[in-house]
Each structure stands twice: as structure tokens, then as C-alpha cells.
Design a protein around this ligand. Structure first.
Ligand code: ADP
Ligand code: MG
Length: 238
């Protein structure tokens, strides 16, 4: 990532409170965050620290209850539902802990669902090659391992060539070796396509592969760290 790369995301005092009155949960409190194009950011924190809440706001899946959030010069905190839907469709690829593939469709068909509606998609087979699943294109999700299913989910997320790849605990359901392979795929997409990647984890070891690590605690930014050298996923151990 270049230090002078343009900002893609800018949050100012970003807040999200769930519920109201005595039952209110202040899940995110006054978070300031800037993310540059091409950056690989890890969001680290214990369960309940507000990681998913923040990622959902950054991805336009949810709306803040306070503060400001910009994607480039687009004010997401002011966007209506249709504006957020357009933002997600045009600019954001999501990867979740569980893969959310459609079981009755093949691997290639699952990815084609996205390329059919995107403005400038890469080909299905290009996306599958990037996650090293060309040989599995005509299989169904139930015929794949968890790690392979997650790589299909990544292919689906990147097929529309989004500017942002947002991953919420992408290795949370995977064993050690498979988790590393999935991290390698995400790192390769960030490096080869320049896609800005934000990866949530509660596993501190994974932060070694980031340009920058934002630690959340109790809904607030507790620390921001910049590893002296970015490690490859193969160099990580936990
Ligand atoms: P993390 O992803 O770091 O585990 P979350 O962002 O999911 O944390 O949650 C942060 C806090 O907000 C937690 O206390 C959680 O229980 C609460 N929370 C999350 N989603 C909701 C919701 N839809 N309604 C009420 N509370 C929620
Ligand atoms: Mg979470």
C-alpha cells in the first residue's frame, strides 16, 4: 500500500447504539478511523468489542446512530436504504464466518449470481482461479470442505471487482491449515488487485499480516499498531 494512497473510508465519532432506554447497548463509541486505498487492515478485539458492528457500518449493512462515515466523498451516514444498497452492490464484497453459499447451485453458478448483476465483473473462471478452485467449478457446496466453501465465498465477493473486501472472522470456522490458506487467498487479492481489505479477527496472530491493526475494546479504538514488517500467512503461527 502506498502511504499517499487516497482515503476510501473516513469515520468521525462513529457510534452505534442498539435499542434504547435501560436496554440500550452502546456497541460502538466515537470511533475515528481512516482507511486508504489498497490497505490491509485487521480489526482485532475480544468477542463483543464491536468489531462486527463497525464492519457492518463500513459495509453499508447498517446505519450509525451517531457520527459521520464517508466512502470517498459519499456520506454513508446520510444515505437512504436505496443508497446503501447501491453502495454495497457497486463497491463492497463481504465474506462471513459461515459461507452462505446456495446449496442447489454449483460453485460457478454461485459466483455467477454476482457477475450477472455487476457493472464490471471479472469472469467467473478468473475469480475461481484466484481462489485456486478451478477444478471444483461444477461441484456443489456440499461436496466441498469448509475451507473450499469459504474460498468460493471469497470468489463470489471479489468477482464484481469491489473496492472493499470486508471479512468478518473468515477463518473462524476453519482448522489451522485451512484458515491459513484462506488468509493467503485474501492477501493475494489485496496484493494483486489492490483491493482494500478489512479483516476481523479475535486471533492476535493474524494481525501480523496487516498494514495496520486497529484494536477495539468495549466499542472504542484502544490502540492502532503498524507492524514493522508485514508477515505472509505462512509466517504466522498460533
Ligand atoms: P464483536 O463482533 O466484536 O463480537 P459485536 O459488534 O457483534 O461484537 O457486538 C458488540 C456489542 O453489541 C455486544 O455487546 C453485542 O451483544 C451487542 N449487539 C450486537 N448486535 C446487536 C443487536 N442487533 N442488538 C443488540 N445488541 C447487539
Ligand atoms: Mg462479530
Amino acid at each position: 500500500m502506498r502511504a499517499d494512497a487516497p482515503l476510501v473510508l473516513r469515520a468521525r465519532r462513529l457510534s452505534r447504539t442498539y435499542g434504547s432506554g435501560e436496554a440500550a447497548v452502546r456497541a460502538l463509541r466515537d470511533v475515528d478511523l481512516e482507511v486508504r486505498a489498497g490497505e490491509f487492515l485487521v480489526l482485532l478485539g475480544a468477542s463483543g468489542s464491536g468489531k462486527s458492528t463497525l464492519l457492518n457500518l463500513l459495509g453499508g449493512l447498517d446505519r450509525p446512530t451517531g457520527g459521520e462515515l464517508y466512502f470517498r466523498d459519499h456520506a454513508l451516514h446520510l444515505a437512504d436504504e436505496a443508497g446503501l444498497t447501491r453502495y454495497r452492490r457497486e463497491h463492497v464484497g463481504f465474506v462471513f464466518q459461515f459461507y452462505n453459499l446456495i446449496p442447489s447451485l454449483t460453485v460457478a453458478e454461485n459466483v455467477a449470481l454476482v457477475t450477472d448483476i455487476a457493472a464490471a465483473p471479472m469472469g467467473v473462471d478468473d475469480a475461481l482461479a484466484r481462489v485456486r478452485l478451478t477444478a471444483r467449478r461444477d461441484h456443489f457446496p456440499s461436496q466441498l470442505s469448509g475451507g473450499e466453501q469459504q474460498r468460493v465465498a471469497i470468489a463470489r465477493a471479489i468477482a464484481k471487482q469491489p473496492e472493499l473486501l470486508l471479512c468478518d472472522e473468515p477463518t473462524g470456522a476453519l482448522d489451522y491449515a485451512t484458515g491459513k490458506l484462506v488468509l493467503e487467498v485474501i492477501a493475494a487479492i489485496n496484493a494483486d488487485l489492490g483491493t482494500t481489505a478489512i479483516v476481523i479477527t479475535h486471533n492476535a496472530a493474524i494481525s501480523g499480516m496487516a498494514d495496520r491493526v486497529v484494536r477495539l475494546a468495549d466499542g472504542a479504538v484502544a490502540a492502532v499498531e503498524r507492524p514493522a514488517r508485514r508477515l505472509t500467512p505462512a509466517e504466522l503461527s498460533w
